[in-house]
Design a protein around this ligand. Structure first.
Ligand SMILES: Nc1ncnc2c1ncn2[C@@H]1O[C@H](COP(=O)(O)OP(=O)(O)OP(=O)(O)O)[C@@H](O)[C@H]1O
Ligand SMILES: [Mg+2]
Length: 388
């Protein structure tokens, strides 16, 4: 950085001394003005404030201290160097007390003058630099403060919106809960009276009549299952979370054992990674694994042999758990439907189910602050990944 040469004002009534000083300082590269009277000096200070003033306090018009005063007012960072004639220490101290930078006694040596000026200018530049830094800091602080309050406003708006959303969700849950609940009673009547007809009036019914009644019963029972699933789904979201350490590996092993026991004839090899410990609600996490495992079990059922794997891997720096099978898989084009309630990618004639399992799983995972997603290929299998 090249700096402008400093401006120096020399106020000295002895013309020989003034000329020597001005010439010497000009030679050193400064912009120098010489005056012999305090009045001229004042005008100069007021119109084009110098960086350094070198002045004899014993000017004939006695204006030395006035020059110092107005210099400090107009340009606080400028330096005032006073020149004292006969070592009048008292005046020198008064000037220093009023903010003069230094004093030089006559007769002076030029080296001393140069050194004093250099120091004065250095101090002035440091002062300005400091001021600039402080201003920058203040500006940064102000911007930061604005950013913080802007962010606070956004957070408050968000909190308000999510509170409203939560309230709406709760209402919806309560509604679906009571509707499902109320639907059960009439359904039980339909099924119960159909059964009574089948049992008590069996003689009066022909084969077709009996078939109709059986169909009514099957349909109403299926509807009963749907309602139960709906109730379970809303219960999952309403249930209170009680997080504690959970060993997912042990949970997975016991689920695998249950599945094998239910259909011992199936050839399914389970591979379960040991020691997968997490923190979460054990009851809800069991619902997650139950659903993922029973899906893996169900969607491999058309293969003579199958393999179901449970393990963990790092994904984006987070432990990610997965349940993998080599069963029917699905077309990734429909993956958006996977976690919707009552959404299924397979026909009921192929694989039974109501399509609420994964919707329930996703709600539980989200309540734990995690994500769930899947990868699959038709007839090659599916992998469900989740974080907590
Ligand atoms: N392991 C899997 N392999 C292939 N497709 C799967 C797998 N898991 C889920 N799907 C697909 O996602 C759909 C939704 O799964 P979800 O568990 O919600 O329902 P479901 O198993 O059909 O019924 P439910 O779980 O309610 O008894 C399934 O119908 C199936 O099409
Ligand atoms: Mg399922």
């Amino acid at each position: 950085m090249t700096l402008d040469p400093a401006k120096i004002l020399v106020v000295e009534d002895e013309s020989g001394m003034r000329t020597t000083l001005v010439a010497n300082l000009e030679e050193a590269g400064y912009r120098v003005i010489g005056c012999n009277r305090g009045r001229d000096a004042m005008r100069y200070v007021e119109n084009d404030a110098p960086d350094v003033v070198i002045a004899d306090l014993r000017l004939p018009d006695g204006s030395g201290l006035e020059i110092l005063e107005s210099l400090k007012e107009i340009k606080p960072e400028a330096s005032f160097i006073l020149v004292t004639g006969y070592a009048s220490l008292e005046t020198a101290v008064a000037a220093l007390n009023q903010g003069a930078y230094a004093y030089i006694s006559k007769p002076f040596n030029m080296d001393e003058v140069h050194a004093t000026i250099r120091n004065a200018i250095r101090q002035q530049r440091l002062l300005l630099e400091n001021q600039r830094l402080v201003e920058n800091l203040q500006l940064t602080n102000k911007n930061l403060g604005e950013e913080v309050s802007e962010r606070k406003r956004a957070e408050e708006a968000l909190a308000e919106r999510s509170a409203a959303l939560e309230a709406a969700n709760k209402e919806l849950e309560a509604f679906s809960y009571s509707v499902s609940h109320d639907l059960r009673a009439p359904l039980r009547s339909i099924d119960g009276f159909s059964q009574a007809l089948l049992e008590d009036y069996v003689e009066q019914l022909d084969e077709q009549g009996k078939d109709y009644l059986t169909r009514i019963r099957t349909a109403s029972q299926r509807m009963g299952h749907l309602i139960d699933d709906l109730l379970n789904l809303s219960r999952v979201t309403r249930a209170e979370m009680r997080p504690e350490p959970v060993n997912l590996s042990e949970m997975a092993k016991s689920l695998a054992a249950e599945l094998k026991q239910r259909e011992p004839q199936r050839q399914v090899a389970f591979q379960i990674q040991d020691g997968l410990e997490v923190k979460g609600d054990p009851r809800l996490l069991r619902v997650v694994l139950e659903n993922l495992f029973s899906n893996a079990w169900k969607f491999t059922s058309r293969h003579p042999r199958a393999r179901i794997e449970f393990g963990a891997a790092q994904h984006n720096g987070k432990p990610t758990y997965f349940v993998r099978d080599d069963g029917a898989g699905f077309d990734m084009a429909y993956k958006a439907k996977l976690f919707g309630a009552f959404q299924r990618l397979h026909k009921a004639t192929e694989f039974d189910g109501t399509g609420v399992g994964l919707a329930t799983v996703q709600r539980i995972i989200r309540r734990h602050g995690g994500e769930i997603w899947a990868e699959a290929e038709v007839e090659k299998g599916a992998t469900f990944y989740f974080t907590l």
